[in-house]
Design a protein around this ligand. Structure first.
Ligand SMILES: [Zn+2]
Length: 419
């Protein structure tokens, strides 16, 4: 494969001509056989496989549910005891600009154009819930120390060529989202420019926003930032669950490392190109390093607040305040393991604290749907989002609920996307 060159992706070109559905020079369409031959000499593969099998056994021993797709509750517990006001909340949601900053749906290899009983999110269910913008994040590496992502991907029936390297895994997921949008019959489209969000809304289309979880997916290639931007990726977290060559993760016992030289170069390139940086999963020192960057556009796609639950991945007040000062938004996570409680009201507690610290214009939703985390009791999937909306409407005036449900995230993306 020809080496990528940053000059192939001048920023002006990316903004004027977003290359929609056109192969990018140097990384034409995804060519499985070529990728495989280029990246995986036979013996490396064998050692890699042994390591993965060890990792898999360890993960199964620690957390047997890790490889199971989140199962939407078949029984509709919430509808049985639907309190009055629920219909109002559903109507409210249909009329509001509802946006969610984080879903890991691409890693489960489901067809997102089909309504499924598995997982939390697909285009039909998002439409039913009145969601207007959904961020889809690309995951390419598993837990620290054990890895095991290639085996996870094999178990979920990813094609062989898409499983082998982090870059090929990322490419495959990006291409799949575009394929789903093409297949969707005009009900979903990847939003690349600021005006796409309003255009999609007026045409009744879901805006899909692409993000990367962990810049190890670029395999050290800083110039790939431009390529990803050209392919529609609008935000990226530098780190995921483990430390990587870019810097430290917030995962426990990993030493709170800061950004490496490569991490700084990657951040500079993102700022230059106009790709926002997601601080989710970053160590405290990396969060500080990102927030100290004069040109970066920081936000957080999914987080709890540390003042409400002292989880390793929740943000402290100082970081929240600085994100808001920089015009960023924090999406509040629904995963109950990080909230210090299993009820919807626990999500509300985190939202409330974030609003108190960051103000009304910087808090949004960051569900982590399909991210292997348990949802609050009574919430099967995105179709039960109205329960949270109802809880918010009982506490706050409607304009504030609209901001939290999605207007703040829309404002952030409209400010940071190319015009
Ligand atoms: Zn995550």
């Amino acid at each position: 494969m020809p080496a990528l060159n940053a000059r192939d992706f001048p920023i002006e070109k990316l903004i004027e001509d977003p290359l929609e559905d056109r192969p990018v020079r140097g990384q034409a369409e995804f060519r499985p056989a070529e990728v495989e031959a280029h990246l995986y000499p036979g013996d490396q593969q064998a050692t890699g496989l042994r390591r993965e099998i060890r990792g898999l056994l360890l993960v199964w021993a620690i957390h047997p549910g890790q490889f199971r797709q989140p199962k939407a509750h078949l029984e509709r517990a919430s509808s049985k005891r639907r309190h009055c006001g629920a219909m109002d909340a559903q109507d409210f949601q249909r009329q509001a600009f509802v946006a969610d900053a984080h879903a890991d749906s691409l890693m489960w290899n489901r067809d997102l154009t089909i309504s499924s009983t598995e997982g939390h999110v697909d285009f039909p269910r998002l439409r039913q819930a009145g969601v207007k913008l959904q961020c889809f994040t690309v995951v390419t590496r598993g837990l620290p120390l054990v890895g095991a992502f290639p085996l996870f991907a094999a178990y979920r029936h990813w094609p062989r060529a898409a499983r082998r390297s982090e870059w090929s895994r990322a490419s495959w997921q990006i291409d799949r989202l575009k394929e789903f949008c093409r297949k969707s019959g005009g009900t979903a489209a990847v939003a690349r420019r600021a005006q796409d969000i309003g255009d999609n809304l007026r045409s009744g289309r879901l805006s899909a926003v692409l993000g990367i979880e962990g810049a190890h997916a670029l395999e050290g290639g800083v110039s790939r930032v431009r390529e990803l931007f050209a392919r529609g990726v609008r935000f990226m977290g530098l780190i995921h669950l483990g430390n990587n060559e870019l810097g430290g993760s917030s995962f426990p016992w990993l030493g709170d490392k800061g950004l490496s030289q490569l991490g700084r170069e990657m951040l500079d390139e993102m700022a230059e190109v106009g790709m926002s940086v997601d601080v989710a999963h970053a160590s405290r020192r990396v969060v500080d390093d990102i927030l100290a960057h004069p040109k970066a556009r920081p936000f957080c796609s999914h987080t709890g607040v540390r003042a409400e639950a002292a989880s390793w991945r929740n943000l402290g007040d100082a970081a929240l305040r600085r994100i808001a000062d920089r015009g960023g938004v924090a999406g509040i996570i629904f995963g109950t393991v990080f909230l210090g409680g299993k009820e919807l009201i626990d999500v509300v507690r985190h939202i409330e604290h974030a609003v108190n610290v960051m103000g009304e214009d910087a808090v949004g939703l960051g569900s982590d749907f399909d991210g292997m985390v348990p949802l609050p009791r009574g919430m099967r999937d995105v179709r039960d989002l109205h329960l949270l909306t109802a809880a918010l409407l009982r506490r706050y005036p409607e304009p504030l609920v609209q901001k939290i449900l999605g207007q703040n995230l829309r404002r952030f993306f409209e400010e940071t996307f190319p015009q």
